[in-house]
Each structure stands twice: as structure tokens, then as C-alpha cells.
Design a binder for this molecule. Structure first.
Ligand code: NAP
Length: 518
């Protein structure tokens, strides 16, 4: 086994620890771009393999120990951590921090939950170190040839780190797909939402495929051709492109369409679920992302699927669609509309996160750095950047003039697709949920008024009126009189809720609900 002599001087511009696929590719990308790169891995074998196979690609400085790795870095030191997410990342950060000096920068390029990044950033700040959580999208290929990079952390660390990241990031129209996203966990937050949008995109593409396959009886290769055509229009994107390729691919073992030999259970690593959980906490309706995440869960609900198939067999079969070309054209427009809603909802989540955690996130810049390198790269992201340029305070992406026009154009086709799917028993959760959101968000009045009345009935949760100021409650179990709840103490009549005792009210609500359910 080769051992590496400690570097005689601190010469490396940047270091990467974690030489599995992502870390080694990122290190190679940095080295190929002219940076001197220190490399390290817990087990030295991976470092040796990188040197054996790729050592000639640039100026690498391999180290066997973490101490030698840190010593080989120029000051202020920049060390990227690219190891398994969770406890291993914490362990490596701790080991690095013990060896580093004030002003040095530790960068976590793994897929961390933004709350972990906030915790790590605060802890390292206490020790005088900079911690940057950077979202990296584009998979192995992107890490090697140019990912989209979403760094958070202290702004001043970007002065040192930014030029290197901007050089290795994907470029679009001469602009790097990397920018400082915001403080502490902002980078990982935005990467999380990016992945959520990716879930929604993938699911709605799959729903369009499913309808062409099962309703029109088209072969996978024929559907691949349709996606190829779509990739030349508004839908042009990496995901549409790879969908066409995958659908045209034949299984080498059986000669069957590749998609037909794959078990229909989609896996997930958690970022989609994080995006939904966070949206629930923030009260942001990301229904496209949520339905896409649940669709994966449905696919994996094997006992439930088996039990349901046994007693409720689906009667779905190829339908006699009179105008197949019109149906495919409808699907294209429905796909575009559903995608617009998913992105609009995703940007709402980023805006809500920014407001909650006091991050100054430029929403237009987020769309700009997703135009190349990442999985959701798409032509229409330019339109999002333009929309936020027109109005940086745009409350809803769909309210931008371009998107308003586009979605309005697609609505009739979108409704036909959702209606067809429902009428004939095809699941289309993202098509349907995004249409439902579209109809809800533009409604003059929502049935939430009735929900609020119900809440007041069983939990004394109070309500507000359309015709006057104030917060009210009806004495449902007594004379059904209405009492105002937000007047100064003493002027509230009997039975009033102590609004200050929010916890108590919450408890009553729970009791009321459980009683009701019981
Ligand atoms: P990985 O399989 O997630 O992790 C393997 C690496 O972690 C190895 O270098 C391993 O070292 C190291 N490691 C594990 N436990 C450790 C510990 N306790 N102490 C020190 N090192 C430890 O590698 P990956 O697929 O390259 O991904 C790296 C990170 O990038 C992850 O956070 C992942 O979520 C994220 N990411 C991955 C992708 C992707 O497409 N794969 C895309 C974006 C982001 P040993 O060799 O010694 O075991």
C-alpha cells in the first residue's frame, strides 16, 4: 500500500476529504481547472485509486492523515467535506475543526438538511471558523464537468470560495451556475427545494408517459419520440431529454423496452420529503412536490397495492381516444402548466424560508444558477429570472405577465387531461393537484370559511368576519351568542377564550378533535 509523504508546504488552494464518487469528481474538476487540490479519504485506498487513475489530470496533493491534509492547505484554508450525510459528516467536520485556525473555511458539499447546516454553522462560528453548506446538483457527471452550486454560509467566505466554485460550476451563456445564496443554511435549503421541484417534474413527466402508454396504447419507443419532439419546445429540459432516451432504450437481456422490465417502485433518499416537511412547517402549499413524493410512497406501498388489486381491480385499459394527436397536444400543455405550478410553489417555499430565517435570497438568481449543471436545468428557467427581474417582490410566480399568459393558454388542455384521467381511472396526482391549486389560489372565496367555523365550534379557535374588524367566538353550547375575543381584558363576556393562552386553546382543539373522532 502506497503512503503519501506529507506535503512540504501549505500549497493547496483547496482540499477535498471524501474520495467516493462525488468527492473525487469534484476534486478532479477543481484540478482540471488549474487549482492545486489536497485530497484525503478516511480509508487511504480511495485516495490511492484517485491518484492511480486520475493523478495526471492536475496538481493533486494526497494525504493519508487528516493532519497532513490540513497542513497542505494554503491559509485561510478551504476544506470541502464530501462524505456520507448525517453523523459521518459531523465526525469529519469535528476532526477538521480541531486542526484548523480562525478564519479557515469548512465546506459541506453533501446533501445535508438545512437545519443541520444551521446548527453546524453556529457551532463553528463560535470557534471562529467559517462553515459553508453548499448544495451541489448534477450528480456524478455534474460534479466532474460542472455542477450547479448553491453555497450558503457567511458572505465573506464567498470572497475566498466563490471564484473557485464559479470556475468549476456549469456555465450558461457565459455566466456561472453558482452564486452566494444566503447566510448559514440558505444554500442547503435552496438545494432541498430544487430537489423537491425535481421530484414534481419527474412525476408529472411519468404521468404523461403513463397516459400515453395505457390510454393510447403507445409503445415506449413511440412515447420516447413524443418526448423528443417536446424537448424542442417550451418543455426543453434535461429531464425531458433523458426521458426520451430512457424510453427508447431496449433491455439488453430481453430485448424488451427497458422501462417495461423495471419494477414500478420508486426509491427516495429524503430530500423530497424534507422539502414537503419544511413546507408544512412554513405553511407553504407545495402540492405538486408533495403529491410527487407521495406518489413514490404509493409505488412502494406493496402490501396495500396487493390487497387493493385483489379486491378492487383496476378496469383501466387502452381507451378509444378519438383524436390521438389532440390528446398528445393536450398532454404537452398540461405538463407545462403543472410544471409552472410546481416551480411557482417551490419559489414560494424559498421565499418563505428566506423570510423565516432572515436570508436575503435573490429568487431570480436561483433560477439563473439552475439553468445548467443541475437535474432540473431547463430552457424556461430564463423566464423565471426575467420575471423576478421585472418584479423582485413578485408575490407569486404565476402572477408574472408571461406566466399568466402561458398558464391561461394551457388551462383548457390541462382540464381535459385531468378530467380524462379521473373519468377513466388513471392516477394523475401531480396533474390534478397542481390544477386544483391553480383553481384555489385564484378563487374569490374558499371553503376555508366553513373550516374556520367548524374549528370555532369544537375548539373555540375563533374566527374573523368579512364585515368588521376583530376576532370572534360563538357560544355554541349555550345561547349561540357571538362574543368579541380581542377586546381589552374585562370587556370580554362570559365564555370567552383567553387568547393569550394559546397553548390552552391548542390543547382544547386537540381534545375537541379527538373527542370528535372518538
Ligand atoms: P457516499 O457513498 O455518500 O459516502 C462515502 C464516503 O463517505 C466515503 O468517502 C467514505 O469513506 C466516507 N465516510 C463514510 N462514513 C465516514 C466516517 N464516519 N468518517 C469519515 N468518512 C466517512 O459518497 P457519495 O455518493 O460520493 O456522496 C457524498 C455526499 O454527496 C453525500 O452527502 C451525498 O448525499 C451527496 N451527494 C451525492 C450525489 C450523488 O449523485 N451521489 C449528488 C449530490 C450530493 P470510506 O471510503 O473510508 O468509507
Amino acid at each position: 500500500m502506497a503512503t503519501f509523504a506529507p506535503s512540504p508546504a501549505a500549497v493547496a488552494d483547496i482540499g477535498v476529504t471524501g474520495m467516493a464518487v462525488m468527492g473525487s469528481n469534484l476534486a478532479r474538476n477543481l484540478a482540471r481547472n488549474g487549482f492545486t487540490v489536497a485530497i484525503h479519504n478516511r480509508s487511504v485506498g480511495r485516495t490511492e485509486a484517485v491518484m492511480d487513475e486520475h493523478g495526471s489530470e492536475g496538481d493533486f496533493r494526497p494525504s493519508e492523515s487528516m493532519a497532513d491534509f490540513v497542513a497542505s492547505l494554503k491559509s485561510p484554508r478551504v476544506a470541502i467535506v464530501m462524505v456520507k450525510a448525517g453523523a459521518p459528516t459531523d465526525a469529519v467536520i469535528d476532526e477538521l475543526a480541531d486542526l484548523m485556525d480562525e478564519g479557515d473555511i469548512i465546506v459541506d458539499c453533501g446533501n445535508a438538511l438545512y437545519t443541520d447546516t444551521r446548527r453546524r454553522e453556529a457551532a463553528l462560528r463560535e470557534r471562529g471558523l467559517h462553515f459553508v453548506g453548499a448544495g451541489v446538483s448534477g450528480g456524478e457527471e455534474g460534479a466532474l464537468n460542472g455542477p450547479s452550486i448553491m453555497p450558503g454560509g457567511p458572505k465573506e467566505s464567498y470572497d475566498r470560495l466563490g471564484p473557485m466554485f464559479e470556475k468549476i460550476a456549469a456555465q450558461y451563456d457565459g455566466e456561472p451556475c453558482c452564486t452566494h445564496v444566503g447566510e448559514d443554511g440558505a444554500g442547503h435549503f435552496v438545494k432541498m427545494v430544487h430537489n423537491g421541484i425535481e421530484y414534481a417534474d419527474m412525476q408529472v413527466i411519468s404521468e404523461a408517459y403513463d397516459l400515453m402508454s395505457r390510454a393510447l396504447g403507445m409503445s415506449a419507443a413511440e412515447i420516447g419520440d413524443v418526448f423528443d419532439t417536446w424537448n424542442k419546445g417550451d418543455l426543453e429540459s434535461f429531464l425531458i431529454e433523458i426521458t426520451a432516451t430512457v424510453l427508447r432504450h431496449e433491455d439488453q437481456r430481453t430485448g424488451k423496452p427497458f422501462v417495461d422490465v423495471i419494477l414500478d417502485r420508486a426509491a427516495q433518499k429524503g430530500t423530497g420529503a424534507w422539502a414537503v416537511q419544511t413546507a408544512l412547517d412554513l405553511g407553504v402549499p407545495v402540492t405538486g412536490i408533495a403529491e410527487a413524493t407521495f406518489a413514490r410512497s404509493v409505488s412502494g406501498s406493496v402490501p396495500q397495492r396487493e390487497a387493493a388489486r385483489a379486491v378492487l381491480p383496476a378496469q383501466v385499459e387502452a381507451q378509444d381516444v378519438p383524436d390521438r394527436e389532440q390528446f398528445i397536444a393536450d398532454l404537452q400543455q398540461a405538463l407545462y402548466a403543472a410544471k409552472l405550478v410546481s416551480y411557482s410553489q417551490g419559489f414560494d417555499e424559498i421565499a418563505a424560508g428566506a423570510a423565516q430565517f432572515d436570508w436575503d435570497i435573490d429568487l431570480g438568481a436561483m433560477a439563473r444558477i439552475w439553468r445548467a449543471g443541475c437535474i432540473i436545468r431547463a430552457k424556461f428557467l430564463d423566464r423565471i429570472t426575467e420575471a423576478y427581474r421585472r418584479d423582485p417582490k413578485l408575490p407569486l410566480l404565476l402572477a408574472d405577465e408571461y406566466f399568466t399568459q402561458e398558464i391561461t393558454r394551457c388551462v383548457p388542455a390541462w382540464r381535459r387531461v385531468v378530467a380524462f384521467a379521473a373519468a377513466h381511472g388513471f392516477p394523475a396526482p401531480v396533474f390534478a393537484a397542481t390544477l386544483s391549486y391553480y383553481d384555489a389560489v385564484r378563487s374569490e372565496r374558499l371553503p376555508a370559511a366553513l373550516v374556520q367555523a367548524q374549528r370555532d365550534y369544537f375548539g373555540a379557535h375563533t374566527y374573523q368576519r368579512v364585515d368588521t374588524e376583530g376576532t370572534y367566538h360563538v357560544e355554541w353550547s349555550a345561547d349561540r351568542s357571538e362574543t368579541r375575543q380581542d377586546q381589552p381584558e374585562g370587556s370580554v363576556t362570559h365564555g370567552a377564550v383567553d387568547r393569550a393562552a394559546g397553548e390552552q386553546s391548542q390543547r382544547r382543539s386537540t381534545e375537541g378533535e379527538s373527542h370528535h373522532q372518538g
